[in-house]
Design a protein around this ligand. Structure first.
Ligand code: HAM
Length: 416
């Protein structure tokens, strides 16, 4: 039997109903805050992701040649495509441009719970402003999404990659060696970061100071350790978040992020209920447009790991409203089948969700099927009732039955 490829999943009807419900919640939050949706291709020129995504993403890239010998790649994330599209199509639009997107991304990772090779991101970007207000707006939108989904337990940390880059640069790490050191710090692998730093001449004392900085997490007081314009900038972000009533994230100067393009504020959210793969959202400010042939434009954005946040909601026992079928129409005998089809057509035109027996089933079996699909009502179409232009309407939750005129049927179902 052929299975779906490793790290991919099939989503069955019940999965899709749940996923679409939560996707709708995210879409509402995005639109309420002035973001508008875009869609970009699932594959792009491989170069788009090679230019500035960093070693983590490169190792995991699904890259291939097409029949025209072009180097292409399945998108591992959607920020680079969004900015490419901005450079191609939106660069003259009034700034800031606020966009959001939802779709699948591909990374050749080792699959495990919450980590897939095909997964979905819901993300948003604000393009064209470089202010603490912009960064606060992005963090607030992400927080609002997490809250609107109903996740109970989560933690958000914000940092500033500029502070860390400056400290590393001052300690002697050259720009071309920065990504590999940052990659180790991202995972808090100090034992592996140190030899890399020692190699480029960083002293042990300086390295320890940096490790201490990336290890300190707390309130706004953490910023006292790093005087300078960046920490003042962070204070302003926090004050805007406070003003919006968005909640105050922890300050963690060790937030590095797995991608290489960030330049300023960076943030991550995690759901402890998930265990190892607990990061549910990540983002920050960056510039990419100049790499793709545009002017240098500052942007800030984030992406929610849709599959992971849904997993966290499930683990927390969160439920969502299940939409049931309104009516299931059953013809008592072959003679009334045509009339039953007429009725199902009428109900659907009246915007009532209705299904009908397609298998010439006997009454009892058809009834059983109606209850298995969770229909709220069953419409029984028999010749006796039809003689009076009526049908029998059965309420499946109470078991009550009554005779209803066909002309009143839609109103009757709608009233319940
Ligand atoms: P990222 O942190 O690489 O950031 O991915 C965002 C989220 O996608 C992660 O927090 C995680 O929840 C989810 N995710 C990543 N890899 C997987 C996987 N293999 N399986 C399931 N979920 C996964 C970005 O991609 C940036 N583009 C975010 C951004 C937007 N920064 C600025 N704008």
């Amino acid at each position: 039997m052929i299975q779906s490829p490793r790290g991919t999943r099939d989503f069955l009807p019940a999965d899709m109903e749940r996923r679409r419900f939560y996707e709708g919640v995210l879409r509402q939050v995005a639109q309420r805050s002035g973001f508008r949706e875009i869609q970009t291709p699932i594959f792009e020129e491989a170069e788009l992701f090679i230019l500035r995504s960093g070693p983590n993403i490169l190792n995991e890239l699904y890259a291939f040649k097409d029949k025209g010998d072009r180097d292409l790649a399945l998108r591992p994330e959607m920020t680079a495509p969004a900015i490419r599209s901005f450079v191609n199509n939106m660069s003259n639009d009034p700034k800031p441009i606020k966009i959001f997107y939802f779709g699948q991304c591909f990374r050749y990772e080792r699959p495990q719970s919450g980590r897939y090779r095909e997964f979905f991101q819901f993300g948003a970007e604000i393009i064209g402003t470089a202010t603490p207000q912009t960064d606060a707006e992005v963090i607030a939108t992400a927080l609002e999404m997490i809250k609107a989904l109903g996740l109970k337990e989560y933690r958000v940390r914000i940092g500033h990659i500029g502070i860390l880059r400056k400290a590393l640069s001052r300690a002697g790490v050259p720009a071309d060696r920065m990504p590999e050191v940052l990659q180790k710090l991202d995972k808090k692998l100090y034992d592996e970061a140190w030899p890399l730093m020692e190699d480029v001449g960083v002293s042990k004392d300086e390295a320890d100071l940096i490790f201490e900085m990336t290890d300190t997490v707390g309130g706004i007081e953490v910023l006292e350790k790093v005087p300078g314009e960046e920490s003042e900038y962070m204070r302003q972000i926090v004050s805007y978040l406070e003003a919006m009533g968005a909640g105050i994230p922890d300050i963690d100067l060790g937030v590095v992020r797995g991608l290489d393009y960030y330049t300023g504020m960076v943030f991550e959210a995690e759901a402890p209920v998930l265990g190892a793969e607990k990061q549910i959202c990540g983002g920050g400010s960056y510039t990419l447009s100049e790499l793709f042939g545009g002017e240098k434009v500052f942007s800030t954005g984030f992406a929610v790991g849709f599959d992971r946040i849904l997993l966290a909601l499930e683990k927390e026992g969160s439920t969502y409203p299940i939409k049931k079928m309104d009516a299931y129409v059953i013809a008592v005998s072959g003679e009334t089948t045509l009339k039953a089809f007429e009725i199902v057509g009428m109900l659907r035109r009246d915007s009532i969700s209705a299904d009908i027996d397609l298998a010439d089933r006997k009454m009892a079996k058809a009834m059983k099927h109606a209850s298995s699909i969770g229909s709220r009502f069953v419409v029984i179409v028999g010749s006796e009732d039809l003689a009076k232009n009526s049908v029998t309407l059965r309420d499946m939750s109470s078991g009550e039955q009554k005779i209803v005129k066909i002309s009143d049927l839609s109103a009757e179902i709608r009233a319940h």
